[in-house]
Design a protein around this ligand. Structure first.
Ligand code: BJW
Length: 228
């Protein structure tokens, strides 16, 4: 099949073989900590220290990790493909960028970015954050938070994503359980507009039935083999 416009959705599974924790696997993050405590605005309001600790720990861990063959295969695809490739990741890690992808949307935010809840500014962020961290823009104290999208919040760049999904002729979903909306609906949106849809995941996801085709196995094997 010849394709011209590809949209790729990635989730935690693509980074699992690099050492990043997934969320809903047996030993995933949500088996160790209640998502309501660390991934909702209400959790942050109730216990910001816990939430900062959770993200500081993950920010430090991700800095030690490297992209794997699946990240590299997608960067290669973007570089060598004659049409358009848009990569939409739910991941907050920067492993796609470090592998070389450039046309990339972090729909659930980024671990290397901070958001000031007082003035709305988003700033690049490297080190730990705490309730005492002042906002570098407005100076307010106690309002800095990780620039990530929690449950109940609107993911980033939805208009651009839906426009690309409607124009796509191939939609690939890689390493995501299909549990979280609106990302879980992207396959239907792309399929309705005529795209061929394929799932590449360790196991059938919750939205497996919505795809035209599926290849199951570890991302570092199935992604390079499909893309190259
Ligand atoms: C491998 C592998 C290997 C392992 N190789 N594969 C109905 C409609 C619309 C919304 C809702 C709805 N019902 C409920 C909602 C609201 C809610 C929601 O979805 N709740 C569900 C629990 C039901 N959604 C929201 O609140 C979202 N906002 C929203 O909907 O706004 C309104 C809106 C409406 C309509 C249009 C637009 C907007 C916001 C969701 C925010 C999610 N935030 C988190 C945290 C981000 C920051 C952080 O990282 O801490 O995002 S939660 C977490 O889940 C994180 C992930 O990005 C996200 C998805 O997880 P992912 O990536 O799929 O990971 P896992 O662990 O679930 O799956 C890993 C997969 O990989 C597994 O299948 C493995 O098998 C596989 N795997 N190893 C290949 N080696």
């Amino acid at each position: 099949m010849m394709f011209e416009r590809i949209v790729i959705l990635t989730g935690a599974g693509i980074s699992a073989e690099s050492g990043v924790d997934t969320f809903r696997d047996r030993n995933g993050l949500w088996s160790k900590i209640d998502y309501r405590d660390v991934a909702t605005p209400e959790g942050f309001a109730a216990n910001p220290v816990l939430v900062h600790d959770f993200y500081n720990m993950r920010r430090r861990r991700i800095a030690e990790l490297e992209p794997n063959d699946a990240h590299r295969a997608l960067a290669r695809l973007e570089r060598e493909f004659s049409g358009e490739v848009l990569l939409v990741t739910q991941n907050i890690d920067d492993l796609h960028e470090r592998a070389g992808s450039t046309n990339l949307i972090h729909m659930h935010g980024e671990h290397l970015s901070a958001l000031c809840a007082a003035c709305g500014v988003r700033v690049a962020w490297q080190g730990d954050m705490s309730v005492e961290t002042p906002c570098p823009s407005c100076g307010a104290v106690g309002h800095m938070r990780p620039d990530v999208v929690w449950f109940g919040e609107m993911p980033y760049q939805m208009e651009r994503i839906y426009t690309a999904l409607r124009a796509a002729d191939l939609f690939m979903s890689i390493g995501t359980s299909g549990n979280v909306y609106p990302a879980a609906q992207f396959v239907q949106e792309a399929g309705r507009s005529g795209a061929h849809t394929i799932e590449l995941n360790l196991e059938p996801s919750d939205t497996f039935d919505d795809f035209d085709e599926a290849i199951h196995g570890p991302a570092s094997r199935v992604v390079p083999s499909y893309v190259d």
